[in-house]
Design a protein. Structure first.
Length: 150
């Protein structure tokens, strides 16, 4: 599914809708787009909607940050930008088996991702305009996104 958003508020609303659908589930979300496309803005709104109390910021230098959702389950935030060309197993499967994981720049670790996940691509336009591509890649992610209507 492809659609347009035109403001930071619409980006936040989109993140909140996805958070409601993912709440209480174990799911991986890949979040891709150029620098400045809104990946971290989206993740902040997503985490807040899940009840994360801590400030969410980009884990560019630490690669992985984990937060606690309101239900006590983890929200893992991975920034794979610095992992380009990494071929060794980085141990992320533990993250994928519990709570919700959001991965920015996921194409750098594509071979380590589970097949079934929610894929979100943010394409920058003029000012705050973005084209969003939202895709389920398997049965579980499809079941989650069936409740989504933009």
């Amino acid at each position: 599914m492809k659609f347009e958003i035109h403001s930071i508020e619409e980006t936040q609303n989109f993140a909140q809708k996805i958070a409601r659908l993912c709440q209480g589930k174990t799911v991986l979300i890949t979040l891709d787009g150029d620098l400045g496309a809104g990946k971290t803005t989206w993740t902040k709104a997503f985490g807040k909607a899940l009840g994360v109390k801590n400030t969410i910021n980009s884990p560019t230098f630490t690669i992985l940050k984990s937060y606690k959702q309101a239900d006590g389950k983890p929200l893992h935030h991975i920034d794979a930008y610095r992992l380009e060309g990494a071929s060794q197993d980085l141990g992320f499967e533990d993250c994928f088996d519990e709570g919700i994981t959001v991965i920015e720049w996921s194409h750098f670790i594509e071979d380590q991702l589970p097949e079934d996940h929610i894929s979100i691509a943010l394409e920058e336009g003029v000012d705050e305009d973005r084209t969003i591509t939202l895709e389920a890649t398997g049965k579980e992610s499809q079941a989650i996104l069936e409740g989504y209507h933009d």
